[in-house]
Write a protein of this length. Structure first.
Length: 277
């Protein structure tokens, strides 16, 4: 992996402050020369937030340039900063400060993903679709995506499972009427949309929904087939503590047990030392 790819895992801040960017310097481009990235993971832009950002740009100017990639002679596509580009148009600007980068399609998409996730602009469905697109297009896995996004593998797995829901239920999550917790409880539930409407109308808590839908979760998988979310948690724990782990949930799903496995007495002794710290 080259140095530019390593910066992706360090977050957007590392990218924007890199010495390479400083060496490239700023260019001023006409807004009409720039187009949004069709692969941008974020599809919904809050109009009120855009207008507030536009007001700030009018009063304070554009504090941070956008990052673009050259397409043709006088044509560029946005890598990071589509909100600023849209707000600049609302503010009535004709030109905008830019940094031109020569990223490939994979890097372009990853940077757009990092920008949106780190700045909490994506809703969870958009985030899930972005992860899914990387999985399908880049032939990668949940762990690689987790590193790119700065999330845990279990978080990525949980987010991706939301795409199993009916589109009408996903729309309620996008609109903010359902939380991620509510949505997760509806995965695998028959007539999930009807249940979702009941949640919204009655303002049910996540715990209430989990209790009501728990019967659909029981015996759904063969006993020898572990839930992928639990498997991800086990793997994450094993990596952090250096021991094989096993997680078992009781029937209600709110309690259970965590088992640590050791290979010899020396390893057991090391576990005891850690617990006494």
């Amino acid at each position: 992996m080259n140095k530019e790819n390593n910066k992706l895992g360090m977050g957007l801040g590392a990218l924007l402050s890199s010495k390479k960017n400083e060496a490239e310097g700023l260019v001023v481009l006409n807004l009409s020369q720039i187009e949004p990235n069709k692969q941008q993971p974020r599809h919904k832009f809050d109009q009120k937030e855009l207008e507030e950002l536009a007001s700030s740009i009018k009063n304070q100017g554009l504090i941070q340039p956008i990052i673009v990639k050259k397409l043709q002679q006088d044509s560029y596509v946005i890598i990071a900063g589509e909100r600023r580009w849209r707000a600049a148009q609302i503010a009535g600007l004709h030109e905008i400060d830019c940094i031109i980068k020569d990223y490939n399609d994979k890097q372009t998409f990853e940077i757009a993903l990092i920008e949106n996730i780190q700045r909490e602009n994506l809703n969870v469905i958009e985030e899930a679709k972005a992860y899914k697109k990387i999985l399908e297009d880049k032939k990668t896995n949940n762990e690689d995506i987790a590193k790119i996004a700065g999330k845990s593998p279990s978080h990525v797995s949980n987010i991706l499972r939301l795409l199993e829901l009916d589109q009408k239920v996903q729309d309620l999550v996008i609109s903010g009427e359902l939380t991620m917790g509510h949505a997760r409880a509806l995965i695998g539930v028959p007539n999930a949309f009807e249940k979702a409407k009941e949640i919204v109308n009655k303002k049910l808590s996540v715990r209430e929904v989990e209790n009501q839908t728990s019967k659909y979760k029981k015996n759904k998988k063969p006993q020898n087939q572990k839930d992928p979310n639990i498997a991800d948690l086990e793997k994450e724990l094993s990596t952090k503590i250096g021991l094989k782990t096993s997680i078992h949930f009781n029937e209600g799903g709110s309690s259970g047990s965590l088992t640590l496995y050791y290979s010899d007495l020396n390893q057991l002794d090391e576990i005891m030392k850690r617990l006494k710290r």
